[in-house]
Write a protein that binds this ligand. Structure first.
Ligand SMILES: CC(C)(COP(=O)(O)OP(=O)(O)OC[C@H]1O[C@@H](n2cnc3c(N)ncnc32)[C@H](O)[C@@H]1OP(=O)(O)O)[C@@H](O)C(=O)NCCC(=O)NCCS
Length: 179
């Protein structure tokens, strides 16, 4: 369990998959700027069983234990190396309360403390202002636009690419007690 001030990140377990399937299959959970995905419980379980140490899915929980969303890290493989990327979504009625910014800060502390990586990146739709604010508040910098890189909802869409470098993160902000 990674403990923050208002939320904790808890590794997703098999018992969470029913709730995750419910979230994932509701278009409003991912909002209007993300792929319109539909996955059966069986497909979600198969993906979960295939997951490796290089990827991690965490449930975002409030301090009272209520589950309000998820945040993940995964690796994009490139011939010259690996790119570590994060993604996140919260249930609609828990947005705009600062929870995602804290979840991203916890994730940055966790990844820079545990992985030998120089950078962490994230992609977001240019219209997704809430997500861009989260990334900028957590110290990410916008690098540019990946033009027409995703086919979503019947059209090719651009994405903004953001990153934060280890030297910009500097030190843990939330996970200060790691023993
Ligand atoms: C993106 C998302 C995770 C943000 O989570 P959140 O907990 O609401 O984020 P926070 O409360 O930490 O911060 C959001 C910031 O965006 C602002 N914001 C929220 N909605 C906004 C909008 N439609 N337009 C402009 N700003 C907006 C908030 O005011 C806040 O900024 P502030 O701290 O300056 O007031 C959430 O909106 C979500 O789950 N969206 C659907 C899925 C998604 O888009 N995931 C990201 C994919 S890249």
């Amino acid at each position: 369990m990674l403990e923050g001030k208002t939320v904790n990140l808890r590794l997703m377990e098999k018992e969470d998959l029913a709730l995750f399937a419910e979230w994932l299959n509701k278009p409003e959970f991912f909002g209007e700027y993300n792929p319109l995905r539909q996955m059966s419980r069986m497909e979600i379980e198969k993906d979960f069983d295939k997951s490796t140490l290089e990827q991690g899915q965490f449930i975002v929980e409030k301090k009272d234990g209520s589950k309000i969303g998820y945040i993940c890290h995964f690796v994009l493989v490139h011939p010259c190396g690996k790119l570590l990327e994060i993604g996140y979504s919260l249930v609609p009625n828990e947005r705009g309360k600062g929870y995602c910014t804290e979840a991203v800060n916890i994730m940055l502390d966790y990844l820079f403390l545990s992985k030998d990586t120089m950078r962490i990146q994230a992609q977001t739709d240019p219209r997704n202002v809430a997500s861009q604010k989260v990334l900028e508040k957590a110290g990410f910098k916008k690098e540019g636009t990946l033009r027409k890189n995703l086919f979503e909802r019947g059209e090719w869409r651009d994405a903004y690419i953001y990153s934060i470098l280890r030297e910009e993160w500097k030190e843990p902000k939330i996970l200060t007690k790691t023993t």
